[in-house]
Design a protein around this ligand. Structure first.
Ligand code: ATP
Length: 320
């Protein structure tokens, strides 16, 4: 394959740049022409495409966000939009496309694959919500950002003997809350996958305070089923303890990628080029048991992500 394209789509995640750099430099090393496609599928349909050289991806490895920009595109969800996007790739002579994004972006990639484009999907999302891979690019950095916030909030919560509810991202997948809750020593974690027992949580906070606990940290994933505002008010009302809400929001998306995210991005990017060089069918690349692995793109998207129940239960044990 001579000419390939790379785009980032959906929510940005730390490590996307490292992946773009890897695709561009490995591709050029294999004698390919590598085209950057700006603003995800929206930019693809608009023809925002230019050839990249080794220098154009210099000094981006350590940067959060994405130099290719990203977008969510309603038009691309239509048959007409997808046909238009495939035609644009044909116009530029791009035979293989690397899509870096979350579940929706890779589904979009699968639609292009059905139209004859070879698509390699890289898991670029902080949510860790893709079933076929143990980790996604950006998840580790996002959890570390949440941990940093928890550490700081603990100081002030202890001083004021407060309960603090911290809202983190995760509309459908509770992994950010779960991992940050376990590693950050939270008293409670509310996630979309497991039914929440607010009464039990309030009882735990009161009993903890009676035993001399200085503070309680509760992590609420945004898709847990209860709004963080309502949760905060309910805890305050039922425990009688001063309770505050901190919404971390887009803070979780930014920042320089951690070692783990840089490695995952770099290795999956290199693997994408290797597959395209060999004219492989469309694949999704991820990491399973510490190894980089490639799966059929459609099959990969059918794998459902399971929550780690043992990890959830351990949070309960450790914070009794
Ligand atoms: P994040 O996990 O960060 O939200 P994502 O890739 O899941 O990232 P989405 O907004 O779901 O983010 O998807 C990005 C874009 O991919 C959408 O704006 C749309 O253009 C395209 N897309 C999403 N779902 C589909 C689908 N089922 N079929 C075709 N295209 C899709």
């Amino acid at each position: 394959m001579k000419r390939i394209g790379v785009l980032t789509s959906g929510g940005d995640s730390p490590g996307m740049n490292a992946a773009v750099r890897s695709v561009v430099r490995c591709g050029i090393d294999e004698g390919m022409e590598v085209y950057g496609i700006y603003r995800g599928y929206e930019g693809l349909m608009d023809g925002e495409i230019e050839e990249l050289d080794r220098n154009s991806v210099g000094d981006i490895l350590q940067r959060g966000g994405t130099i290719l920009k990203t977008a969510r595109s309603e038009k691309f969800r239509t048959e007409e939009g997808q046909a238009h996007a495939a035609a644009m790739l044909n116009t530029f002579g791009i035979e293989g496309l690397v899509v870096i994004g979350g579940d929706g972006s890779l589904r979009g990639g699968a639609d292009l694959a059905r139209r004859g484009i070879r698509v390699i999907g890289l898991p670029g999302t902080i949510d860790n919500d893709l079933g076929y891979t143990d980790y996604t690019i950006g998840f580790d950095t996002a959890v570390n950002t949440v941990l940093e916030a928890i550490t700081k909030i603990r100081d002030t919560s202890s001083s004021h003997e407060r309960t603090t509810v911290i809202e983190v991202m995760g509309r459908h997948c509770g992994d950010i809350a779960l991992f940050a809750g376990l590693a950050g020593g939270a008293e409670g974690v509310l996630i979309p996958e497991i039914e929440n027992d607010i009464n039990e949580l309030c009882k735990k906070i009161v009993m903890g305070a009676n035993r001399g606990k200085q503070h309680s940290i509760i992590i609420n994933a945004e898709g847990s089923g209860i709004s963080s505002q309502e949760l905060t008010e309910t805890i305050q009302y039922r425990t009688g303890k001063d309770t505050r809400l901190v919404v971390l929001s887009y803070l979780q998306r930014g920042g320089s990628p951690t070692l783990r995210d840089r490695m995952l991005a770099t290795l999956t990017g290199a693997k994408a080029v290797e597959l395209l060089k060999d004219d492989s069918d469309s694949k999704a690349i991820g990491t399973v048991d510490g190894e980089i692995a490639a799966y059929d793109l459609i099959d990969a998207l059918e794998q459902k992500r399971e929550i780690d129940r043992a990890m959830y239960d351990l949070i309960g044990v450790l914070s009794k």
